[in-house]
Design a protein around this ligand. Structure first.
Ligand SMILES: *Cc1c(COP(=O)(O)O)cnc(C)c1O
Length: 421
């Protein structure tokens, strides 16, 4: 559920009309709802009641400082996958002990930064990384809690490009190879191998793949303990799906997910960590865009909008669906089939194909719903388009939490070489 609803014929974010924000900041822009962020965080933590659980927001889903700060303010830790995200999490006030550093290719500089900042846990994804981390920690005179991220060889049943837990995916250490690497880790200076991590993908809409992966993790913990390796922490990653398409059956609820986790890990005696991204921010954000023109061919009607694939790449990259809502509530049930496309010079710059929408005209505003996760954080300036502003709404207030850059700001890092006049 979310807080974007029609009131007096106009789509509102909480108590603020989208029209009002558009008039002030221009289009396109992302709009986030504080109440929705808060609700999702609370629903997820409530679902884990009774477990010794830490929720670490996956910053890559939405790395806006105000969004991360809002979640940190609610008690969240952070899951980060780069030195930049680590610094952002710290800037947002995250407790370093509640930061988990994930990622398949951390550099030596990033590992050093993580140690210097006192990051709580580093999720190691390969033997070379383990060796390198040991050398760095040892040189710094520190010992760091390490999880090996295991690849349980489970198909999450999600889109191919967002599945991460199959043997052929680059992520994690094959679970069958993990025990021998834990035995090695135990002998390495600077490494406390007291955790196991897993993350099998994103936008997962069934519980079965999670349960299969978690059961493998639980069995691994038992095996490692029998080997004398004292596992105290288990990190179960993120990945729970959200409803994008209201015509499709809804994904499992956080409560059902929590019950499954309790069933698998209830009496293991481990502290659990979770890394939800999409579940927290997906429904809490929309991308608002203005219709530039309507282009009619012999067989196709194209509604061309001022947002492009550089602003929201999910449809082009993952064939993702976003429901479209008009900002003005439709007065009649009359609709017409149209593609909704952006202005970018790529055929994949298409947000929707043959959707039924009310009849639109240039200047009308529409929103791509459920755009809070992997929207702004994946955006680029392709076609020299400025990054779009982000707005956060709370009750009857709103604030621009990232403004639109000027052309001079966009080009400020560039300079001509000395051989060009
Ligand atoms: C991307 C990612 C997440 C978040 O996934 P969601 O599907 O957004 O919940 C969590 N953990 C790791 C290691 C990730 O790479």
């Amino acid at each position: 559920m979310h807080h974007f609803t029609y009131r007096n014929g106009v789509l509102h974010a909480e108590d603020v009309s989208i029209d009002r924000i558009a008039a002030e900041v221009g289009t396109p822009f992302y709009c986030y709802s504080d109440a929705t962020l808060t609700r999702h965080y609370q629903v997820f933590t409530d679902a884990l009641a009774g477990l010794d659980a830490t929720v670490c927001f996956a910053v890559k889903a939405n790395s806006n400082l105000a969004v991360v700060r809002t979640l940190v303010g609610l008690g969240a830790g952070c899951d980060v996958v780069s030195g930049g995200e680590l610094r952002l999490a710290l800037k947002a006030g995250a407790d370093p002990r509640k930061i988990v550093f994930s990622g398949v290719g951390k550099t030596a500089d990033e590992l050093k930064l993580a140690l210097a900042m006192g990051v709580g846990q580093i999720n190691v994804e390969s033997e070379p990384e383990l060796d390198q981390l040991s050398a760095i920690a040892n040189a710094a005179g520190k010992t760091v809690r390490v999880a090996l991220r295991v690849n349980p060889d489970v198909d999450a049943g999600s889109h191919d490009k967002i599945s991460t837990g199959r043997k052929e995916d680059k992520f994690g250490i094959e679970w069958t190879l993990a025990p021998q690497l834990y035995r090695k880790a135990r002998t390495l200076p600077g490494i406390a191998p007291t955790a196991v991590a897993v993350h099998i993908g994103s936008q997962i809409t069934e519980l079965a793949p999670f349960e299969a992966a978690f059961t493998r993790v639980r069995d691994l913990v038992a095996l490692l303990r029998a080997d004398g390796i004292d596992i105290r922490h288990v990190d179960l990653g993120g990945g729970l799906g959200v409803p994008y398409d209201h015509a499709s059956p809804p994904p499992p609820t956080p409560a059902a997910y929590g019950d499954m986790v309790r069933r698998v890990f209830g009496n293991l005696g481990c502290a659990l960590a979770f890394e939800p991204g999409r579940l927290i921010v997906g429904n809490a954000g929309i991308l608002v865009t203005c219709v530039t023109l309507i282009k009619e061919g012999t067989s196709h009607r194209f509604t061309v909008v001022d947002a492009g694939m550089n602003d929201l790449v999910r449809p082009a990259m993952y064939d993702a669906h976003h429901d479209v809502m008009t900002i003005a509530q439709p007065r009649t049930a009359e609709t017409v089939a149209t593609d909704v496309v952006g202005p970018v010079c790529e055929s994949s710059d298409r947000f929707a194909r043959s959707v039924l929408l009310p009849i639109l005209a240039p200047g009308d505003l529409i929103a791509f719903m459920t755009a809070g996760a992997y929207g702004s954080s994946m955006s680029s300036t392709y076609n020299s388009r400025p990054l779009v502003p982000e707005v956060l709404v709370k009750g009857d207030r709103f604030a621009v939490v990232r403004r639109r850059p000027s052309f001079d700001e966009m080009t400020a890092l560039e300079q001509l070489p000395p051989w060009i006049g």
